[in-house]
Design a protein around this ligand. Structure first.
Ligand code: SAH
Length: 382
């Protein structure tokens, strides 16, 4: 396949994605192909899908031919990185993080003895069995689940569904994170069952937390469980009753009696709490992506600001706020500007304790800003 002059410019910036409009000559079908410039020089090899808007996803730069062996080398490297990563405190973590691990479209999460896979690339689909063989040889999992639901696979023209690829996978998986345990729902839960990208932030917030705490957008009490080990009491708030039900089970699993659960809209509940005059020492705010597209930015900015403003008002002097945005479209500078506006409207002065991002098992490519999506600030409110 051959890039247009604009495609070549894009390639030169180092960004691994090249759009359909920047391809001069397309291969007949999805697969691994050499990428040429207009003079026929090989620039590198890529996973290419002519049907996809992001047509080219670079696997390697330079002449070195790419095939299944290169994919397996990238998988080996991904596994080595996780093995060498002493910051992973637990048995649930990400083994493969798509482009940032040189396997575009592929995600592999490990939950104890089980693996959960997502695969969104028609070019890599024929190589999935080889990747699964390698994962089996390395980890000897009891089962590997395909989370092939969601629309990314149908956009690539691939079959969809949730099914076992190898062995059997139970309805519930119990995993360890730091000094808490929690249940994961790999078949129906969000993402592959848990938000592993926040693992390190949960530990970081716990290290500062104290007093009376709120876990807002708690899902199955992920932050809440950690907070319960150091705080007097923790109230988990989420719109999803099934997620909270699992939160209750998770509390019981750990023998924690200082967690409570409230189902509802977090915006309304924070407003009510403010009206009631109750105060907290620790608040975790982890909303879903409020800006799914660029055009959502103004509304998302207002929503993030409302949440953070209310949380700051609810905190006593010296209180701790752990606050996140997982919207890629909200840049890091925008996120901190939003926090500044929130603090100003709340009339509080705020010290930044830590500027954080996603966990290290969700690596970031320098040239792929899309791979740094999670912003997380640990703040002290005065
Ligand atoms: N903190 C969690 C992840 C949260 S994901 C963790 O670390 O695992 C976002 C959560 O927000 C989801 O559980 C979703 O059910 C919930 N949610 C979405 N909109 C909401 C709203 N308006 N009010 C309360 N919860 C909401």
């Amino acid at each position: 396949m051959t890039l247009s002059a604009r495609g070549l410019e894009r390639f030169t910036t180092g960004h691994p994605w090249i759009y359909r409009s920047d391809v001069a000559q397309m291969p007949p079908s999805a697969g691994l192909y050499p990428v040429h410039d207009a003079r026929g020089r090989v620039l590198g090899w890529a996973a290419v899908n002519p049907q996809s808007e992001i047509t080219v996803r670079m696997l390697t730069r330079g002449m070195k031919p790419a095939g299944e062996a290169l994919l397996l080398t990238h998988l080996e490297r991904a596994i080595e990185h996780r093995r060498a990563d002493s910051s992973i405190d637990g048995n649930a973590f990400r083994i493969v993080h798509s482009d940032a691990d040189g396997l575009p479209g592929v995600t592999v999460d490990k939950y104890g003895d089980y693996l959960v896979v997502q695969q969104h690339s028609a070019a890599l689909e024929p190589h999935l069995p080889a990747l699964l063989d390698a994962l089996e040889a390395e980890f000897r999992p009891l089962g590997i689940l395909a989370r092939f639901d969601g629309k990314s696979r149908s956009l690539e023209g691939l079959e969809t569904g949730v099914f076992e690829l190898r062995g059997t996978v139970p309805d519930w998986l119990e995993v360890i994170e730091g000094n808490v345990r929690y249940l994961v729902d790999p078949w129906r839960g969000q993402k592959t069952g848990a938000f592993l990208d926040q693992r390190e932030n949960r530990a970081a917030l716990k290290a500062r937390a104290y007093g009376r705490a709120l876990d807002v957008f708690s899902y199955h009490a992920s932050f809440g469980l950690h907070l319960a080990t150091v705080c007097d009491d923790v109230e988990c708030i989420d719109a999803s009753e099934p997620a909270l039900e699992r939160g209750r089970e998770n509390a019981a699993l750990n023998g924690f009696t200082n967690l409570s659960f409230t189902a509802g809209n977090a915006f309304d509940i924070l407003r009510e709490r403010e009206r009631s005059g109750v105060k907290y020492q620790t608040i975790s705010l982890d909303p879903p992506a409020l800006a799914k597209a660029k055009r959502d930015l103004p509304a998302a900015y207002r929503a993030y600001k409302e949440l953070n403003l209310r949380a700051m008002k609810l905190l006593e002097a010296g209180g701790i706020l752990g606050t996140a945005s997982c919207s890629f479209h909200v840049s890091e500078p925008d996120f901190y500007a939003m926090l500044r506006d929130s603090a100003s409207d709340a009339g509080r002065s705020v010290r930044i304790l830590e500027r954080r991002a996603q966990s290290s098992d969700h690596p970031e490519l320098l040239a792929l800003p899309e791979s740094r999506y999670l912003k997380y600030a640990l703040l002290e409110i005065w």
